[in-house]
Every structure is written in structure tokens, then in C-alpha cells.
Write a protein that binds this ligand. Structure first.
Ligand SMILES: [Zn+2]
Length: 291
């Protein structure tokens, strides 16, 4: 069943405005409306597929994070930089935690990040709703449950990560409430999401590939995400850029409109250059702590 939200999924405000209409280029070729909350500024997909029917919008070989596929130029680029970014992400959380500790990776897909961390002394736990991806993670010897609500009630983690996951989660407030409980006091949570006010988002407009409807239910800007997290009790700790995302998203956006690889390269460079002064990178890792 498709869900029509009468209220903002973050703050509950009923007043909202049309934002834009985006297309699902990857799987269904259907169009979806985005709306913006009049109170907290969050942009969200509305109406959206319900939790019971969204699975079919992930049924694609192109959905690279679920399949480990190496088909096609863009997927090859994704795989090439992945090992480097996995190491950088691990080093980031080791810097936050001081030394390897307990890690919960929410939406761990096939478990590459957890495997990287486990190999460097972390005690790891994952969650992943997709059964196929979860099976691939389990085959790597990783502990993975379907959802955060399936974790032991009394277990606490020093670090929680969500790498391009929060924008996919139907139960936004329930999930963040559960994650606040699951985080140790003094622990850290790192949330990577696309940034809808980045220069590449502005350049491509409704054709920006990181709208990725209807899989992306929310289209965060840094302020809307910070407001949401603060309401759940987290304390903002800073942001880190993800510079490869400007190129990756520009490649996908150019492919959707029949543009060239060179155009994508230029768009990616331009986005990162502007972000060096504005801070508005294509994707950001948002860091928060639990006091
Ligand atoms: Zn709102």
C-alpha cells in the first residue's frame, strides 16, 4: 500500500509545500512528488511506497550496494574507491572512539564495512532488512539482524554508523529513538546522507540522481537533520565531507540525461570546489554524540 503522509515524518507539522517531482530512473521509471515541511524544512517523498511494497523498488542489478556487482563503468568506479573509503570510514570511527570498541552498523548491506572493522579488532553487529544482502553478510561470519528493533534491549554500542541509510528508513522517529537508547553515553553516531543543497543538487535540479525516489524517503539538508537529531537528544559534533559522492552522483545524473562522463567530471569538481568554502558537499557524514 502506498502511504500518504498528512504530517511531516520528522516533526509532525501538518503544513507543507510542494517541492519538486522526481523520477525513479533506476527501477520503475515512475514519478514521485517531494514536499517540504513548513516548520522544520525537511523535504520528503510523499506519497511513498509502504514498508510492505518498497522491496520491489530495490529489485535491480543496478542497486550496487545490495549485490556486490561489478557490471558497468559506474559500478566499477564504485568498487574501485570502496576499499579506500572503507578504510577511511574505519579510521574516522577509530579517531572518534579512541580505539576499537563495539560497533553497530545500521543498514550494513552485504557487510563490507563491518568486515573491515572486525578485521581491525572491532566487536561488530549489523542490521539489514534485505534478506539477500543479509545472507551475503552472514556468509562473511557477521552477526546481522533485520532491524534495530530486533537488537537485544540492554545492549549498548560505543559507535553507531549509518552509511547512506537514514534516508531509506520508514520509521524515522522510532528508529532514532531506538538508536539513542542503543548508544552508550559518551558514544558516537555517524550518519552519512546526501545533501540536497549541494552545488551538484542545485545543478541537476529534479534530475539530481541522489533524490533516488522512491527509495529515498527523506532529502536532508544539514540543518533539517541536525534539528531532528537534537530533538532526539543527540549533540551535534561536526561534519565530514564525502568528496567521491559528488562524482558518483554527477555520473548517475549525467547518465539519466544522456550527458557525458566529462560533463560529470566537471560537475563533480565544481561541486567539491564550491563546497570547500560553503561546506555543502554532495554528501556529508554528520557526527553526533550522546551526552
Ligand atoms: Zn517537519
Amino acid at each position: 500500500m502506498s502511504e500518504h503522509l498528512e504530517r511531516c515524518p520528522a516533526c509532525g507539522e501538518p503544513k507543507r509545500q510542494p517541492f519538486l517531482v522526481a523520477k525513479d530512473w533506476l527501477v520503475s521509471q515512475e514519478s514521485f512528488s517531494l514536499e517540504q515541511c513548513a516548520a522544520c524544512g525537511l523535504v520528503f517523498t510523499n506519497p511513498r511506497p509502504g514498508e510492505d511494497e518498497i522491496g520491489r523498488y530495490y529489485q535491480s542489478d543496478a542497486y550496487v550496494s545490495h549485490t556486490d556487482t561489478k557490471k558497468g563503468l559506474i559500478n566499477m568506479a564504485y568498487q574501485l574507491v570502496r576499499n579506500r573509503t572503507l578504510r577511511q570510514k574505519r579510521q574516522l570511527i577509530e579517531h572518534l572512539a579512541g580505539s576499537p570498541a563495539t560497533l553497530l552498523d545500521v543498514g550494513c548491506a552485504t557487510g563490507h564495512f563491518l568486515a573491515e572493522c572486525a578485521a581491525h579488532g572491532w566487536q561488530v553487529q549489523g542490521t539489514e532488512p534485505d534478506p539477500g544482502a543479509r545472507a551475503l553478510a552472514a556468509a562473511k561470519g557477521l552477526a546481522v539482524v533485520p532491524a534495530v528493533f530486533d537488537l537485544p534491549a540492554d545492549k549498548r554500542y560505543k559507535v553507531i554508523t549509518m552509511w547512506h541509510v537514514l534516508e531509506h528508513v520508514h520509521q524515522l522517529n522510532d528508529t532514532l529513538h531506538r538508536l539513542f537508547e542503543a548508544l552508550e553515553p559518551g558514544g558516537h553516531i555517524a550518519i552519512a546522507v546526501p545533501n540536497r543543497i549541494s552545488a551538484d543538487a542545485v545543478r541537476y535540479g529534479a534530475g539530481w540522481a541522489a533524490y533516488d525516489v522512491p527509495r529515498h524517503l527523506y532529502h536532508f539538508d544539514p540543518d533539517a537533520l541536525r534539528r531532528l537529531m537534537v530533538r532526539h537528544g543527540f549533540v551535534a559534533q561536526g561534519r565530514k565531507p564525502m568528496v567521491f559522492d559528488a562524482f558518483y552522483v554527477s555520473m548517475l545524473s549525467e547518465r539519466n540525461r544522456g550527458g557525458s562522463l566529462l560533463a560529470a567530471l566537471r560537475a563533480g569538481l565544481d561541486s567539491n570546489r564550491k563546497a570547500r568554502t560553503s561546506g555543502q558537499y554532495s554528501s556529508l557524514i554528520h557526527l553526533f554524540t550522546k551526552p
